[in-house]
Design a protein around this ligand. Structure first.
Ligand code: CA
Length: 229
């Protein structure tokens, strides 16, 4: 039996093919836009909050090494970290401060003149000296921070280098916060000339006073002797 099959005209087949192709392309375009609308804000958010989440390793190391707990103010401008609307936090930054923040975030190599508004002088020093790339590498081995920084730099001038304060868990920007023994030694070495002069002056004063008292004693003994005759 002969079957009656209908074949659409060739130009109609081609038209349907092009219509389907156009439909898929539009669908692909929509999906791409949807993906970008989701992905771009997600990545932006991650970059915004990453400094908050990124570096608790150093605080954990300081506590383990020194037995002292430190807050975010060890490296940051605000003791509660960079997230928030307080002074030195991201929510309160001016456009000029945002520029400095973004510059610091992109300072992957050492030697860049970083001055991030969310970091304190020590935090900025670390990024300037190491660069962001090495700093991120080191965070998995926090003890190496003390080896990576210049051992002579002492930002608060208390005689204890920053790297030693990092190991001791004392603040590198507070000259009254330091290991008492090291502070005493540092202050003694810094002021040893004045201390020695004061010591000699005190000894000479005591020696002179002692001689003066002896002189008075002899004088009164002599007076008594003459009065007794
Ligand atoms: Ca110091």
């Amino acid at each position: 039996m002969k079957t009656n099959t209908f074949s659409p005209p060739r130009h109609q087949v081609r038209q349907e093919f092009l219509t389907k192709k156009l439909f898929y392309l539009r669908d692909l375009k929509k999906r791409t836009y949807g993906f970008l609308l989701f992905f771009v804000p997600l990545v932006s958010w991650w970059f915004m909050v990453s400094p908050v989440l990124a570096y608790p390793d150093f605080q954990a190391f300081i506590k383990k090494n020194s037995g002292r707990s430190v807050d975010c103010a060890f490296c940051h401008a605000n003791s509660n970290g960079p997230e928030g609307n307080g002074p030195g936090q991201i929510g309160s930054l001016t456009p000029e401060e945002f520029d400095r923040l973004n510059f610091a975030r992109g300072a992957f190599d050492p030697g860049r003149n970083v001055n991030s508004p969310i970091l304190n002088a020590f935090g900025n020093r670390v990024i300037r000296e190491l660069g962001k790339k090495k700093f991120i590498e080191i965070k998995n081995h926090p003890a190496d921070l003390a080896k990576a920084l210049d051992p002579k730099v002492d930002l608060d001038g208390d005689g204890i280098p920053d790297v030693q304060e990092f190991l001791d868990g004392t603040h590198p920007l507070k000259n009254t916060d330091g290991d008492p023994g090291r502070l005493f030694l540092a202050n003694f070495l810094k002021n040893h000339t004045q201390i020695l002069l004061l010591l000699f002056a005190t000894l000479f004063t005591l020696y002179g006073l002692n001689n003066l008292l002896r002189g008075f004693a002899r004088f009164f003994e002599a007076e008594d002797g003459e009065g007794g005759r």
